[in-house]
Design a protein around this ligand. Structure first.
Ligand code: ZN
Length: 303
């Protein structure tokens, strides 16, 4: 039988994490990390909570980090069955300046400098020296925490089109690096296999899901079919206002999403105004007054 040539995934689309209070999250990602607030909305499944999106100035897929913002304190725990961290690409000559500003621990991985950091709510994230770094705010990679790399690796390589680049032993475990060919933003996925694994406990400071980028809805449908044929339970297509999404729990237990580029973040407000106002999907617009009254007011950078 003829081999069907599969279209590989186009890299990361976004990473969604859980934070503590929205204002602290906003201040950190806009004032300290200098990414742009590209969308102010609510968690579509729990509209009493903000869902803030950050990215590059042009809000490109592959740069987007979003947070479900919980106002109560408390801490989750990274571990097996969740993504551990996300990483931004940084021009190599800017690494020293970032470390001078942020502190953190500088290490080296697969020949590149990595600055390991935490946000105010304990979220582990990294800056990776990347000669192919594009505009500020583009993602380099995510690290997924798995007990057993094989089944997750199979989805990455056989369905998504990643290749295993190498394996490295580090203090506390080993890391397997997978990458897509080309220079797509977020083209790297690492699997972290800890010597003494603990289960993840969701809460502030942990990643909720990782979204990969389909080229269009046809590509998304083909990926969904391939996953279903392998026994994965994939959701129906969901309208996430700014993209179309399907979700599944990969064999290692981590929630994966496959998202489209369209309709895009400028669907409901023009690009220069992204993030300035609370945007609600149609089903919540009639409840705007009630929803706004329950959300804490936000002070935006420069406003
Ligand atoms: Zn998502």
């Amino acid at each position: 039988m003829a081999e069907t040539l599969k279209t590989p995934i186009a890299g990361l689309h976004h990473v969604t994490a859980i934070s503590g209070p929205a204002q602290e999250n906003l201040d950190f990602y806009t004032r300290v990390m200098r990414t742009r607030l590209i969308k102010q909305t609510v968690n579509f499944d729990a509209p009493e909570m903000y869902h803030l999106y950050y990215g590059t100035e042009d809000a490109r897929p592959g740069s987007v980090v979003t947070f479900f913002n919980r106002e109560e304190r408390g801490q989750g725990q990274a571990g097996v069955g969740a993504a551990q961290s996300f990483a931004y690409s940084v021009a190599p000559d800017a690494m020293a300046e970032w470390q001078a500003q942020m502190g953190g621990t500088m290490t080296e991985r697969f020949g590149a400098q990595v600055l390991v950091l935490r946000d105010p709510h304990g979220q582990h994230f990294e800056l990776v020296a990347d000669p192919q770094a594009g505009p500020w705010g583009v993602l380099h990679s995510v690290t997924l925490w798995v007990a057993e790399p094989g089944p997750t690796a199979e989805v990455l390589t056989e369905v998504f089109g990643y290749r295993l680049l190498g394996e490295a032993h580090e203090p506390g475990g080993r890391r397997l690096r997978f990458a897509l060919s080309g220079d797509a933003p977020g083209r790297v996925v690492d699997l972290w296999v800890a010597d003494s694994p603990e289960r993840a406990r969701p809460g502030p400071g942990t990643i909720h899901h990782v979204a990969f980028r389909a080229r269009d809805t046809d590509h998304q449908a083909a990926l969904r079919e391939d996953l279903m044929a392998r026994g994965q339970n994939v959701t129906e297509l969901r309208d996430r206002q700014y993209f179309k999404a399907v979700y599944f729990r990969e064999p290692g237990g981590i929630l994966f999403e496959i998202a489209t580029d369209g309709p895009g973040f400028d669907r409901d407000e023009p690009l220069p105004q992204l993030g300035r106002h609370l945007m609600l999907p149609r089903q919540y617009e009639s409840r705007r007054a009630e929803i706004e009254a329950r959300l804490p007011p936000l002070t935006l950078a420069g406003g």
